[in-house]
Design a protein around this ligand. Structure first.
Ligand SMILES: Cc1cc2nc3c(=O)[nH]c(=O)nc-3n(C[C@H](O)[C@H](O)[C@H](O)COP(=O)(O)O)c2cc1C
Length: 235
């Protein structure tokens, strides 16, 4: 006999975390645009959260290889907590203004600290998107870079939005519908999947490369090695 199971009919809680890298924090246009993305995701049923990277202690990587040896950075700052929050999320939004045709220094310093999370593919299976604003140049390239970093982490990107304001503050508000649609698309990907053979192939290629690191470090990163084995990634 078929029984009614209300639990199966309820969408599980969906968490989307935006990490925003403008030093202008609440005055930031990128933050405002990202807020629209999150509102779109919230309309589609997601729990959303925005992190201003500037509020956190993120020490630049010094290439000491401490994380490679132990899985823990030598710096006791906020990055492990930020990584934990990303691991708890189903969706990740990376957002940055364009600074000299790239992400802000704050964002890049954070990304450099994700090297170990990238090598061990800690965010595999999540979905994400990129958000950028600029006066004029670099918006498309920075969105592509943000999506590239998501892929490096094992995250499939559903796309991005890059707005060149040319000094017109209204440009960001006019992009609200597009930004909300991106947020809904991200929530939809988390709920229903988002097949993308090109990104899947890129992520698989990265993982094949990182496999050599996981195998080389197996004697001192044993639990991570066992985790990869359990996932069937070492076959
Ligand atoms: C240090 C710095 C570098 C910038 N570099 C560029 C640039 O290369 N090209 C550009 O068009 N705008 C550039 N801008 C302008 C910002 O990208 C633009 O004002 C952006 O929308 C600011 O976003 P925010 O309000 O979120 O901080 C730069 C601004 C700053 C402060």
């Amino acid at each position: 006999m078929m029984t009614h199971n209300p639990v199966l009919e309820t969408d599980p809680a969906m968490k989307i975390l935006a990490i925003h890298g403008s030093p202008r924090t609440i005055r930031s246009g990128t933050r405002r645009l990202t807020g629209f993305v999150l509102e779109g995701a919230a309309d589609a049923g997601a729990d959303t959260e925005m992190i201003d990277l500037c509020d956190f202690r993120v020490t630049p990587c010094t290439a000491c290889e401490g994380c490679t040896l132990t899985g823990t950075c030598v710096y006791d700052d906020d990055v492990p907590a930020l990584v934990a929050r990303m691991k708890e999320a189903d969706g990740i939004v990376f957002a940055s203004p364009v600074y000299i045709d790239n992400v802000t220094g704050q964002m890049k310093i954070f990304f450099d600290r994700l090297a170990d999370a990238i090598h061990y593919q800690l965010l595999t299976g999540k979905y994400g998107c990129g958000v950028a604003t600029t006066y004029d140049s670099g918006g498309t390239e920075v969105v592509a870079y943000l999506e590239h970093v998501l892929n490096y982490l094992g995250v499939i990107s559903v796309g991005g939005i890059g707005i060149a304001t040319q000094g017109d503050a209204g440009a960001i508000d006019r992009a609200e519908p597009e930004a909300r649609a991106l947020g809904r698309k991200l929530a939809g990907a988390i709920r229903h999947g988002f097949p993308d053979p090109k990104q899947e192939a890129e992520i698989a290629g990265n993982r094949a490369y990182f496999k050599s690191i996981v195998e080389a470090n197996r004697d001192f990163r044993t639990s991570e090695y066992e985790e990869w084995k359990r996932k069937g990634w070492l076959d």
